[in-house]
Design a protein around this ligand. Structure first.
Ligand code: ZN
Length: 240
């Protein structure tokens, strides 16, 4: 039995799908099957209780900011009092949850991306090649996360690549001024012109990612985690 207190939208969707399948518990109605599955999987009395738990989980991300509601998870400002706004946020929140469960991570929000980019640009001024390489990758990762965030907002994240596939496309149009860093990154990761438009950093909506292997996913995630860990460690250092 899964006793997790956090119920994701995917958990609810999965139980609904199972309850719809007529072969499971055929003597019960759909609602009864929902309750029975919720009870056996999560130890709750009713499916409704799971829905409530999920709503609480979503609400835990929402705070008041400047007179409006702000979801830290979606990086989204809205009015929870307005029915249409509330629905827009719920749909978006589900989309983010789904993307995270499939892709294995959640893109950084605006403020975090800006901080990551700043740290990257600082490192690009280092005299050490290894540090400059890391800085360049951090800047590109900040662009990557924004690109993915927009893809999630547009509900087309399933076509968006992992970081390692994004990199050659981004390097082909990069405006990073350190020619030596750029050249060595191109040697390391390759270059793919004509995907990302010049002057842009977003993965185009009409281009589907190529790599579907777990290797690309895992390597990208390891790299992403390393770059973020290095940024967080540098952000903790005293300024000056
Ligand atoms: Zn949200």
């Amino acid at each position: 039995m899964n006793t997790a207190t956090h119920i994701s939208w995917a958990d609810l969707a999965r139980i609904k799908k199972a309850a719809k399948a007529a072969q499971t518990l055929p003597d019960l109605s759909y609602m009864q099957r929902l309750d029975a599955l919720a009870a056996s999987e999560f130890g709750v009395r009713h499916f409704h209780e799971l829905q409530k738990r999920h709503e609480q989980k979503v609400a835990a991300h929402v705070e008041m900011r400047g007179g409006a509601h702000f979801c830290r998870y979606c990086d989204f400002t809205f009015s929870d009092f307005d029915k249409a706004d509330r629905k827009q946020h719920t749909d978006l929140h589900h989309c983010f949850e789904e993307a995270e469960s499939v892709m294995g991570f959640h893109p950084l929000g605006y403020k975090e991306r800006e901080s990551l980019k700043r740290a990257g640009h600082e490192q690009l001024m280092s005299e050490h090649g290894v540090t400059r390489r890391q800085g360049a990758l951090q800047v590109i990762l900040a662009h990557y996360d924004r690109s993915l965030m927009r893809a999630i907002e547009g509900n087309r994240w399933a076509r968006h690549p992992y970081f390692l596939e994004y990199l050659p496309g981004a390097l082909a149009v990069s405006t990073i001024w350190n020619a030596d860093v750029l050249q060595s990154l191109v040697r390391e990761f390759g270059e793919r012109p004509g995907v990302i438009a010049k002057g842009d950093t977003d993965w185009p909506s009409d281009v589907t990612r190529q790599s579907r292997s777990d290797a690309g996913k895992l390597e990208s995630m390891t790299m992403r985690q390393g770059l973020i860990a290095a940024w967080k460690a540098s952000a903790l250092l005293p300024v000056g």
